[in-house]
Ligand binder design. Structure first.
Ligand SMILES: Cc1cc2nc3c(=O)[nH]c(=O)nc-3n(C[C@H](O)[C@H](O)[C@H](O)COP(=O)(O)OP(=O)(O)OC[C@H]3O[C@@H](n4cnc5c(N)ncnc54)[C@H](O)[C@@H]3O)c2cc1C
Length: 316
């Protein structure tokens, strides 16, 4: 471990962590970014709802551009999954396989992971790249307008996703993932009212062609233009738990300035309850970075040394 104590350790380099890194370095603060390389944004073949890109942009390209921007201002970004976060005197220590680092503050921007439907992993990734599997109707429901859509899910969550997607197409089938549907009367009535079919599981996506995906169910094979898994997600809060930060329903609790219940620990992006969108993650990253700067300045004023002599001489 280097003896240096950074102003902030940013854990996670997706849209939230990278936006914060850009702000923090431009505030002339010292930061270390540690990233496990699994940003959900990098799975996006082409986003069309992110403002500023009328022809869309791939998530990979967006993350690359944000990384370049953060590095341009001096952000040091190292690969690694932080496995241990501890409170130490005057800050925190983060540890990962390749090293450890000290920071006065920590920003958790560790995101979530979507639960995947039962299917071969390579087939899943191929289908995702082709838009045959999608995870975010808010992001890309528009792209399935008037198409044939399957939703893999059950209970109230599955029904809600299917009804949301009904705003884009009238051809929706809700497939139970692992057994027969067990829907209450109210959920059944909602499906009937909106003309959504309910098909029993267990199900498994078995083939992805250029323009359609085939799902094997307890009621036979179904072919769809796109399938949305609605199986929930796992939020990466383990590090927050290690330092005793408060959670609510499995999600980190923060105030309106992105402060967690632990002084010096902040969080932004999908790891916090919110819209789970790039724009939201970026907004929270900016708010968190500015709060970190101002909280640090309250402890110790952040004052730029007056540029004198040598710089002026260079300009002459
Ligand atoms: C298929 C798909 C399509 C989507 N389409 C859109 C879209 O069109 N428009 C839109 O606005 N949103 C879209 N989203 C949602 C968007 O990707 C997320 O809301 C956004 O990426 C959240 O940013 P984040 O920085 O909070 O988390 P992430 O981008 O997930 O980044 C979190 C980072 O933290 C790292 N990390 C986690 N734990 C650790 C650890 N312990 N140590 C170090 N690093 C760690 C991860 O590896 C990852 O790199 C889509 C999501 C998916 C899955």
């Amino acid at each position: 471990m280097s003896g240096q104590q950074y102003d902030c350790i940013v854990i996670g380099a997706g849209p939230a962590g990278l936006t914060a890194a850009i702000y923090l370095t431009r505030f002339h603060l010292s930061i270390k970014v540690v990233d496990a390389g699994k940003s959900r944004a990098r799975l996006i073949p082409c986003t069309h709802n992110h403002a500023g890109y009328p022809d869309g942009i791939s998530g990979e390209a967006l993350v690359r551009l944000m990384t370049e921007q953060a590095q341009k201002y001096g952000a040091s970004i190292v690969p690694g999954r932080v496995t241990r976060l501890d409170r130490v005197e005057d800050g925190f220590r983060a540890e990962w396989g390749g090293g450890s680092v000290l920071g006065r503050t920590v920003l958790l921007a560790t995101g979530v992971t979507n639960r995947r439907p039962p299917m071969d992993e390579a087939l899943h990734d191929d289908a995702l790249a082709k838009g045959l599997i999608r995870y975010c109707p808010i992001c890309d429901g528009y792209e399935v307008t008037d198409k044939k859509v399957g939703v893999i899910g059950s209970g109230g969550h599955g029904v809600a996703e299917a009804v949301f997607l009904r705003g884009f197409t009238e051809d929706i089938t809700l497939i139970a993932p692992d057994k027969a549907h067990d829907l209450g009367a109210e959920d059944r009535a909602r499906l009937d009212r909106y003309g959504i079919r309910a098909v029993d599981g267990p199900c498994q996506a078995v083939a992805a062609h250029e323009e359609c995906i085939v799902v094997d169910t307890a009621e036979g094979h179904y072919t769809f233009d796109t399938v949305y898994p609605a199986l929930g997600s796992d939020t990466h809060v383990e590090l927050a738990q290690q330092v005793g930060a408060a959670l609510k329903e499995g999600v980190l609790v923060v105030d309106s300035h992105q402060r967690s219940s632990v002084p010096g620990l902040y969080a932004a992006g999908d790891v916090v309850l919110g819209l789970d969108q790039i724009s939201h993650a970026m907004g929270e990253g900016g708010v968190a970075a500015t709060t970190i700067r101002n909280d640090l300045a309250r402890e110790r004023p952040i004052l730029r040394e007056h540029l004198s002599g040598s710089i002026a001489a260079k300009a002459v």
